[in-house]
Write a protein that binds this ligand. Structure first.
Ligand SMILES: [Zn+2]
Length: 303
């Protein structure tokens, strides 16, 4: 499932193809894929006639903003992809590609026509027409602050009542938006915090270290184009390379890159969680380690 870095990578690669362009037409191949009453599953509701003014992201969610004030909320789900096709791709040509549900045909006075198609084989993705930005704000209101810019002051009060494991809390999009299984495990390892520790028991120092590492790891993953698991490909059709930098995710029973102890795995919040029982001991109080220091030790370790 794409996490924040993959969705941000999609946003960055897709935006140049969208911004300032007019939606000349919208082809709807699977009306039932659109999250709206049947009467609202129209090209008009999906910004036909509008100029695209912004492609916004919060956590793993995206939204397309139109010049009329209308909005389309988007979510990649597990296998959602945007395909960019230069030229006025004919509806017939596109619909022959499997699992394409919607296509936006874009024009601009200065650039050649482009078609952006949303493809989603497993159909957990979302395309949701919204009448205004107020509706987008309401849709996104339950989400926590974006993990890419999270601060200890924002995170601490959200963890406080928690008896849940910190791993489970990090996966909860109402606490923090954008983190999934990969980056939760990676950030907890970097911050030397056991994934099983109660969220409410984290000290102020733990939370500060966790925020530092979350932001640093997510930023590095965005620079590397994300992690690319299975079906995820960004809008340019290129694959991310961050998976080469995973320290614990997907490495159960392999040696810890820091201390060589065998990495453990267990189900936490129904997700396979991997951690080092020594570096991330529940009783261990780690010395504060900056992301830069971790990066240095990683280089020395050859990883
Ligand atoms: Zn270790």
């Amino acid at each position: 499932m794409p996490e924040l870095p993959e969705v941000e990578q999609v946003r960055r690669t897709l935006a140049p193809h969208l911004l300032g362009r007019r939606v000349a037409a919208v082809s709807i191949y699977r009306p039932d894929f659109i999250l709206a009453a049947p009467a609202d599953r129209t090209p008009h509701a999906l910004l036909e006639g509008d100029t695209i003014t912004e492609l916004r992201r919060l956590g793993k969610s995206l939204a397309l903003l139109g010049s009329s004030g209308r909005v389309v909320g988007l979510h990649l789900g597990m296998t959602g992809q945007f395909l960019v096709r230069p030229g006025p791709a004919s509806p017939a040509a596109l619909s022959s590609t499997t699992h394409i549900h919607i296509a936006w045909h874009l024009t601009s006075p200065t650039t050649p026509p482009t078609t952006i198609a949303f493809r989603d084989p497993r159909r957990f993705g979302e395309v949701r027409p919204l009448p205004s930005l107020i509706h987008l704000d309401a849709l996104w209101a339950p989400l926590g602050p974006d993990a890419l810019t999270i601060t200890p002051n924002e995170l601490a009060p959200r963890l406080k009542p928690g008896k849940r494991a910190i791993k489970a809390a990090l996966l909860d999009q109402h606490i923090l938006a954008g983190v999934g299984n990969i980056y939760a495990d990676e950030a907890l390892f970097a911050a030397r915090i056991s994934p099983r520790k109660h969220a409410g028991r984290l000290t102020a120092a733990d939370i500060a270290r966790l925020c530092d590492h979350l932001r640093a790891i997510l930023s590095r993953a965005i620079s590397a184009g994300g992690s690319t698991l299975r079906d995820f490909v960004d809008a340019d059709g290129t694959q991310g390379s961050y998976r080469q930098h995973h320290q614990v995710y997907g490495r159960a029973n392999q040696p810890c890159p820091n201390c060589q102890t065998t990495l453990r795995s267990a189900l936490i919040a129904q997700r396979t969680t991997v951690w080092c029982p020594r570096c991330q001991s529940t009783t261990h109080t780690p010395s504060p380690k900056s992301p830069a220091a971790v990066k240095r030790s990683r280089r020395v370790a050859g990883g």
